[in-house]
Design a protein around this ligand. Structure first.
Ligand code: FAD
Ligand code: NAP
Length: 327
């Protein structure tokens, strides 16, 4: 078991963590990024990215994240493949650094801590979902869509993710049904226009998924049992694959009881900054952003976290030097 020390410890390797790393490294902070279970973050499970500034042509999410990582490493970031299982944020009050423990027991010590743990897919929490996960139920069309070539699929949700997943699945299936619990989508208009215009996509409105139904003989998904939210009528939509695309929850379990969270579980920061209530601990990206949740905003707040971390250390060291001079 090793101990890794740095002036800036970053937990998470999505756009927020890697942008913080690029700025931190360029400021001489020799950052360490602990990558977690999803190196590169959420954009690694999508395909086309059309709204990240700087690219006129469509780029691929995994490619963008590889480039960000390469840039971070190029300017002096150490990327470490580990997952943090606990954190101690009280170190500085004892004259020690912030400390995090990896799942193999490695210790990470940072004079500042940048939290960029992002968000993870939400599940519906209805019967059959976990039992049929991997047997027809999935939360990632770009990962599993290939298995449904020529088969029937449904996507559940009404936001950007659901619409993108449905459109992506048309690459494999010519029978895609989007099931939404209301009568209008939350997704951006441009995506809605594409969805409604697609000949192989059907939208089923006002239907709440009650359970996933397995086939007794095969043990695989057979259909999705739904209830009409207006009439109360129950029915089953037969399908080979069901993709749950109802959004993501912030990954904040590590900080429970240590940092403030809002009613949806997002880390609370001082408005307009990435500062948490503990000096020296900064939060950036989807883990603190209830509203925008975009790669570019995650990158922007990652930059802010690194700049504020650098200022925090400068001020701390200046104050310590003043104190020493006075003694
Ligand atoms: P994330 O990308 O979620 O990264 C979190 C990181 O934290 C991961 O590396 C993970 O491994 C790490 N981590 C978590 N817990 C731990 C731990 N305990 N220890 C160590 N590491 C940990 N946005 C756009 O702007 N354009 C798009 O086209 C677009 N398409 C999208 C498509 C899909 C399917 C999805 C799901 C999202 C899409 N988004 C898009 C949103 C965008 O991906 C997110 O806003 C962005 O990735 C958030 O970046 P982040 O760095 O905050 O967190
Ligand atoms: P989202 O915007 O929060 O949408 C979640 C959708 O799932 C909503 O339509 C919601 O229904 C539905 N839903 C939630 N819980 C449900 C439940 N229990 N049962 C049935 N339906 C449920 O999440 P998202 O689509 O993942 O997007 C997250 C963020 O990432 C957004 O900011 C989005 O803009 C961004 N993103 C951007 C892109 C892009 O720019 N191309 C792509 C993907 C994601 P209601 O509408 O009824 O609430």
């Amino acid at each position: 078991m090793a101990t890794h020390t740095t002036r800036m410890l970053i937990i998470g390797s999505g756009p927020a963590g890697l942008s913080a790393a690029i700025y931190g490294a360029r400021a001489g902070m020799k950052p360490i990024v602990v990558q977690g279970l999803q190196p590169g973050g959420q954009l690694t499970i999508t395909t086309d990215v059309e709204n990240y500034p700087g690219f006129r042509d469509v780029i691929q999410g995994p490619w963008l994240m590889q480039e960000m990582e390469a840039q971070a490493v190029h300017v002096g970031t150490r990327m470490l493949w580990d997952t943090i299982v606990s954190v101690d944020l009280d170190g500085p009050s004892r004259g020690e650094p912030f400390r995090a423990i990896g799942d193999g027991g490695d210790i990470y010590e940072g004079e500042t801590l940048v939290i960029a743990t992002g968000a993870q897919a939400k599940w519906l929490g209805v019967p059959g979902e976990m039992e049929l996960s991997g047997k027809g139920v999935s939360a990632c069309a770009t990962c599993d869509g290939f298995f449904y070539r020529g088969k029937k699929v449904v996507v559940i949700g009404g936001g950007n993710t659901a619409v993108e997943e449905a459109l992506y699945l048309t690459n494999h299936s010519n029978d895609v049904t989007l099931v939404h619990r209301r009568d209008s989508l939350r997704a951006e208009k441009i995506l809605q226009d594409r969805l409604f215009a697609h000949p192989n996509v059907k939208v089923v409105w006002n239907k709440r998924v009650e359970r996933f139904v397995g086939d007794h003989a095969t043990g695989e998904l057979r259909g999705v049992a739904v209830i009409d939210t207006v009439s109360g009528e129950e029915s089953e939509i037969g399908t080979d694959g069901a993709f749950v695309a109802i959004g993501h929850a912030p990954a904040t379990a590590l900080f429970a009881g240590k940092l403030d969270t809002d009613e949806s579980g997002y880390l609370v920061v001082e408005p307009g900054t990435p500062k948490t209530r503990i000096p020296g601990v900064f939060a950036c990206g989807d883990v603190m952003d209830h509203t925008y949740r975009q790669a570019v905003t995650a990158a922007g707040t990652g930059c802010m976290a690194a700049l504020d971390a650098e200022r925090y250390l400068q001020e701390k060291e200046f104050a310590e030097a003043q104190k020493e001079a006075a003694e």
